[in-house]
Design a protein around this ligand. Structure first.
Ligand code: GDD
Ligand code: MN
Length: 358
């Protein structure tokens, strides 16, 4: 294979890591036509100068940006300068062992579009991580899986180390916020096949992590931005609107059957609840999840029974919250109910999006 390879590496104050990094990458790629492209945000420790000094000896190129504008945006800028048909992305700090590049490359040569170095497939790990960092990492991934369904194909969609065919992003507008460039590529890129290979995320040996609480806010902003761009925000709004319509059906029937047909009000309520569940289901099927419905009778009945079950548990959550806040925390019952409704709506959306229309 003689396709060209660019390894794009964002750097901010990584001077002491550059030489071992370049040497180890060269060990893996010296038989190929490759380049290492550093995108440096004007590091004050001489990272760019040191990298430049290596360029007679190794295929190293450097782009220096004027100020610190974030990891993901550095990679996007790097793509404009990278000449490779195959693009690799990794950190400069050796937390991604450069030797993993050979596994990634092997998968690409097998014809896979995107290959991800993954901490969360069998054989992968995070060395030296405390419980808090583990929970944050898993929580971040769960959130992406919940709100951005295409990421569900991948166990580690927030990995910072991956390789892909340039074609994947050829027609894409990449406008990430913060750190997670892979999330952006997965959502905006064109990828038929994706694979993950395990690796162990190593502790940093030199320099300091740039990760701060801001990155977590940025991550939420990034997810929100992708939801907006990919129509997932609209989907959530539609789901809530359908829920509101269900309230009308429910209340309307309760009133109608009790006042006009003379039913006992509890019977009217039971009929109202079930009817609203069914009307919600039909509306969601055609209006909220049209891209994820299968029209066969069998599958429709399957979805309906799942939706029914979820709705009943949501009712229990609503009432449980109402009771808890009112009785235990002394909150005014109408306010408690608002919290109950909000919690039930989130539960409803989450489980239905994962399970009913997946
Ligand atoms: N150009 C540029 N600009 N580079 C940056 C910036 C920036 O604003 N911020 C960080 N970097 C570079 C660092 O120099 C390093 O090479 C890389 O981006 C990762 O930064 P770290 O601060 O070491 O990140 P981390 O170790 O907390 O998190 C990394 O690992 C995660 C797990 O795989 C990131 O790569 C995440 O994307 C990744 O998910
Ligand atoms: Mn790091």
């Amino acid at each position: 294979m003689n396709r060209t390879i660019s390894i794009v590496i964002p750097t901010y104050n990584e001077r002491d890591n550059i030489l071992p990094l370049v040497e180890r990458i060269h060990q893996v790629l010296s038989d190929y036509d490759y380049e290492i492209l550093f995108i440096d945000d004007n590091s004050s420790d001489g990272t760019a100068e040191l990298a430049a000094n290596l360029s007679p000896q190794y295929p190293v190129n450097i782009v220096v940006r004027n100020n610190k504008r974030g990891l993901a945006s550095a990679v996007v800028d790097g793509l404009r300068y990278a000449r490779g048909e195959i693009i690799g992305v990794m950190d400069a700090d050796l937390q991604h062992p450069p030797e993993i590049l050979s596994d990634l490359l092997a998968e690409i040569q097998n014809g896979t579009d995107i290959v991800i170095a993954s901490r969360y497939v069998k054989g992968g790990a995070c060395q030296g991580w405390g419980l808090t960092r583990r929970i944050i990492s898993k929580g971040a991934i769960a959130l992406a899986h919940l709100l951005l369904p295409p990421t569900r194909r991948v166990k580690d969609p927030v990995s910072g180390c991956f390789m892909f065919n340039r074609q994947v992003v050829a027609g894409a507008q990449l406008t990430p916020i913060g750190y997670k460039i892979l999330l952006e590529v997965l959502m905006e890129g064109e990828s038929g096949s994706i694979a993950e290979v395990p690796y162990t995320f190593r502790p940093r040996s030199s320099g300091r992590s740039k990760l701060s609480a801001w990155q977590q806010i940025d991550y939420l902003k990034h997810i929100y931005s992708l939801m907006r761009r990919k129509g997932e925000l609209l989907r959530f709004v539609k789901f809530c609107l359908v829920g509101l319509s269900g309230v009308l059906v429910n209340m309307g029937l309760l009133w109608l059957l009790t006042e006009m047909a003379g039913f006992p009000y509890l019977l009217s309520a039971a009929i109202g609840i079930e009817t609203s569940i069914i009307s919600n289901f039909i509306l969601n099927d055609f209006f909220t999840f049209p891209d994820r419905r299968s029209p066969t009778v069998r599958s429709t009945l399957n979805r309906l029974s799942k939706f029914n079950l979820v709705s009943v548990t949501a009712l229990a959550i609503n009432m449980g919250t109402l009771w808890l806040l009112t009785e235990v925390f002394g909150v005014y019952y109408l306010i408690s109910n608002l919290f109950g409704i909000a919690l039930a709506a989130l539960w409803n959306y989450g489980v239905n999006s994962y399970w009913t229309w997946y």
